[in-house]
Write a protein that binds this ligand. Structure first.
Ligand SMILES: [Fe+2]
Ligand SMILES: [Fe+2]
Length: 128
């Protein structure tokens, strides 16, 4: 991903999900050149935002009895592990590695939105 921007190509047509994806992209963009300790605080806020967003998606999958929920939930777990690891690294003074992880998140998210979230959005749209 060249720039950390939530463009129309990433919109799924489910407002609650699109809004949340936009927020995390905005947060990641704002974190790019943020010095410490503001970066650490932003990381914690990002983790909270991710948790809320992923909870929302997980409960949406439950509500529609989504067949691919297990693998999708596992991917969400992977994302939470990444941000948790970044927070641990910051605590341990490994700033460069923590920043590398945060810098990798937009590409991870873009790939996830374009595959798993898109498939979920299609499943939701078929039910409405
Ligand atoms: Fe998502
Ligand atoms: Fe997802």
């Amino acid at each position: 991903m060249d720039s950390i921007v939530f463009g129309p190509d990433l919109a799924l047509g489910i407002p609650v999900l699109d809004q949340s994806h936009r927020i995390v992209f905005d947060m990641l963009e704002a974190m790019e050149n943020l010095p410490r300790p503001a970066f650490d605080k932003a990381c914690r806020e990002l983790a909270t935002e991710f948790m809320e967003h992923l909870r929302e998606e997980n409960s949406l999958m439950e509500r529609i009895d989504y067949p691919a929920a297990q693998v999708h939930r596992a991917a969400h777990g992977n994302l939470l592990e990444r941000i948790s690891r970044a927070l641990r690294l910051l605590r341990d003074g490994e700033e460069a590695t923590a920043r590398d992880i945060v810098r990798s998140l937009p590409d991870w998210l873009e790939a996830h939105i374009n595959t798993m979230d898109l498939a979920l959005a299609i499943a939701v749209s078929r039910l409405t």
